[in-house]
Design a protein around this ligand. Structure first.
Ligand code: PAF
Length: 277
């Protein structure tokens, strides 16, 4: 496995190869490694990118303290049989102020995560397009854990005619059900024990829908109340259509329940797909 830090070297190394790419911000856990395993099935050459993208963090967010663990990440990727790691510096990715930006449409980017993290998806879409142009993969793998990000990347690829197939990986969970996330590392031991509630709430909303409850607004409200009662600060619990993350009509069947909530100072997100019978 080769670790490459510059665009020029990466382009030279990948010339003529069929590539599957896994974009990450590092601090890799089993969830990322599952995406890497998917990527390895898709192409002869696997590239993982590691770059903590300042553009997708608001000034008050955790850009500075976001865990940077390049050496340990590379060891994990080596063990998974990754061919190349692209770990550019900030200067390499943004040698000049990034004035050309990808602005995803408000209908999908200013709701849910975008409502609470204004500009987040502009930062994500911009860096993902840059990474796609640098790596030029045939396939790129993204996790369903970031459901809205996956939708926005898929829509960008389709609307901009990028010759890239997007593959979605299922959310990896700890034994108790908590979705794996680099930010779980911010939780204290006591918070980690309580963190499972977020997934339990999603499961209960999904179970209510499967057993015939169609009052999605009431289910969302009750779920938020439950989180609040247990000391969380929920941003949203929302029942949406899988296809476009808009509110479902009565006839819609393929739904997803999404939630974001703060436990102490740590903001966690999770989601669960649900098929209405
Ligand atoms: O999901 C992530 O880790 C990031 O948002 C991504 C896609 C690597 C872009 O910085």
């Amino acid at each position: 496995m080769e670790v490459i830090h510059t665009v020029a070297e990466l382009r030279a190394a990948l010339k003529g190869r069929q590539v599957a790419c896994v974009p990450t911000m590092g601090n890799l856990h089993e969830g990322h490694l599952q995406l890497v395993r998917l990527a390895r099935q898709e192409a002869e050459c696997t590239v993982a990118t590691i770059f903590v993208n300042r553009l997708q963090f608001a000034p008050h967010e955790d850009f500075d303290r976001y865990p940077r663990t390049l050496e340990a990440d590379c060891e994990k990727l080596r063990q998974e049989g990754v061919d190349f790691v692209f770990a550019p510096s900030e200067r390499e990715m943004y040698p000049e102020p990034q004035e050309y930006l990808v602005v995803p449409p408000p209908a999908c980017a200013d709701i849910l995560e975008g409502q609470f993290r204004p500009g987040f998806f502009r930062g994500v879409a911009t860096v993902v397009l840059k990474l796609f142009n640098i790596v030029q993969p045939e396939v790129a793998v993204f996790g369903k854990k970031d459901y809205q990000q996956l939708l926005i990347v898929r829509n960008m690829v389709r609307q901009l005619n990028l010759p890239i197939r997007i593959v979605a990986g299922e959310t990896a969970r700890a034994a108790d059900g908590l979705a794996l996330s680099s930010r779980n590392g911010y939780l204290s031991t006591e918070e980690r024990a309580r963190a499972i509630l977020l997934y339990q709430v999603l499961q209960d909303v999904a179970a209510a829908i499967t057993t015939g409850n169609r009052d999605y607004a009431a289910l969302e409200q009750a779920a938020m109340e439950r989180l609040r009662a247990e000391g969380w600060l929920p941003d949203y619990v929302a029942v949406r259509k899988q296809a476009d993350l808009q509110s479902p009509a009565a006839a819609d069947r393929e739904l997803v329940v999404l939630a974001a909530a703060k436990l102490g100072t740590t903001r966690l997100i999770d989601n669960l797909e649900v098929a209405v019978p």
